[in-house]
Design a protein around this ligand. Structure first.
Ligand code: NAP
Ligand code: GLV
Length: 310
């Protein structure tokens, strides 16, 4: 193959080094630039971008052929008028993203199911209390690359699993609903895990009205995006006992401001958007697979449907 690609990385606050090293090592890649740069970007054909998409970057790339999110989510790209409508946009679909997400949710479920905070407190006061635990019913909103991996693993780990997606899905051992059956789904589990993409159809979906449809005293795990959650509705639902607690990894504003009420609540566990972070060494293989597709005039994979918004 004679032709090689010029790439621009706009990594946001992520470390670009592993991406530069990994991409530069490939025979498919000619040069790797990192935004911001004064270099001439006229030859750049691929833009890799983590949040946010910098203002003005696309106008510097007259030869841009395709664009990829450096993570699973593409909400930072949706509706951005800088992106030409016909530009192919891809995202990362990677086994380590799925494994890490599943492990994070499992950890959260274990802390909840085993009443771990109480066990730790009991050690402090030398209290030998063999707290009983029960089987937990878990509902997963969104059965895509991450949600379906999670569903399978939770079944293997002995949880009773329910799932909801836009289109009907079959996953062994999981009772699933789709389309207009959201309310039936919501009535089943006592723990709800959100793994929806954030877009115009799903923004603010985790609101008081939805919490009312769940079993009283349920638990929420939001690992998708902060934009899914109406924060004041969560606080109201917790204060009223409608919900028992929540584990939140993602927030409307990140980093979560230091005076935000979530930090100090005993019934909320806050983690700093670490549930599942792209593993560059693995994700780069997917990007290179698409570079090869592009250079060989083959269809690109892992494309986002910009009309559907995920
Ligand atoms: P995905 O493969 O695109 O899956 C999305 C799932 O949501 C699909 O099952 C889809 O249904 C369903 N869905 C979409 N719109 C819906 C709607 N309006 N109503 C009901 N279901 C709907 O996405 P993914 O790779 O699993 O990732 C999910 C999200 O996780 C990402 O968008 C990102 O925001 C978040 N994430 C967070 C972290 C973190 O560290 N916290 C890490 C990675 C990803 P169909 O199957 O019918 O299409
Ligand atoms: C992380 O949040 C991702 O979307 O990959």
């Amino acid at each position: 193959m004679d032709k090689r690609l010029s790439v621009l990385i706009s990594p946001g606050n992520w470390d670009p080094k592993p991406w530069i090293i990994g991409l530069s090592a490939s025979e498919l890649i000619d040069e790797v630039h990192v935004w911001p740069t004064e270099a001439n970007l006229d030859r750049v054909e691929l833009l890799l971008v983590w949040q946010p998409l910098p203002e003005g970057v696309i106008s510097k790339l007259p030869n841009l052929k395709f664009l990829s999110s450096m993570g699973a989510g593409v909400d930072h790209l949706l509706g951005d008028s800088q992106i030409p409508r016909d530009l192919p946009v891809m995202r990362i679909v990677d086994k380590f993203l799925a494994i890490d997400m599943t492990n994070y949710v499992l950890m959260s479920l274990m802390i909840y199911q085993r009443n771990y905070h109480q066990l730790v407190y009991n050690q402090k006061i030398s209290n030998w209390d063999r707290i009983a635990y029960r089987k937990v019913k878990v509902g997963i909103l969104g059965l895509g690359a991450l949600g379906s991996h999670l569903a399978n693993q939770l079944v293997n780990s002995g949880f009773e699993v329910y799932g909801f997606s836009r289109n009907p899905k079959k996953i062994e051992g999981v009772k699933t609903w789709s389309g207009t059956d959201l309310d039936t789904f919501l009535a089943q589990p006592e723990v709800l895990v959100n793994l929806l993409p954030l877009n115009d159809h799903t923004r603010d979906v985790l609101n008081y009205e939805l919490f009312m449809k769940m079993q009283p005293g349920s638990y929420l795990i939001n690992v998708a995006r902060g934009g899914h959650l109406v924060e004041k509705d969560l606080i109201k639902a917790l204060d009223e006992g409608l919900l028992k607690g929540a584990t939140l990894d993602v927030f409307k504003q990140e980093p979560l401001p230091s005076d935000h009420p979530f930090w100090s609540r005993k019934d909320i566990i806050v983690t700093p958007h670490v549930a599942s972070v792209t593993t560059p060494g693995s994700a780069i293989n997917q990007v290179l697979e698409n570079c090869a597709n592009f250079l060989n005039n083959q269809p690109l994979a892992y494309l986002v449907d910009l009309e559907r918004q995920y």
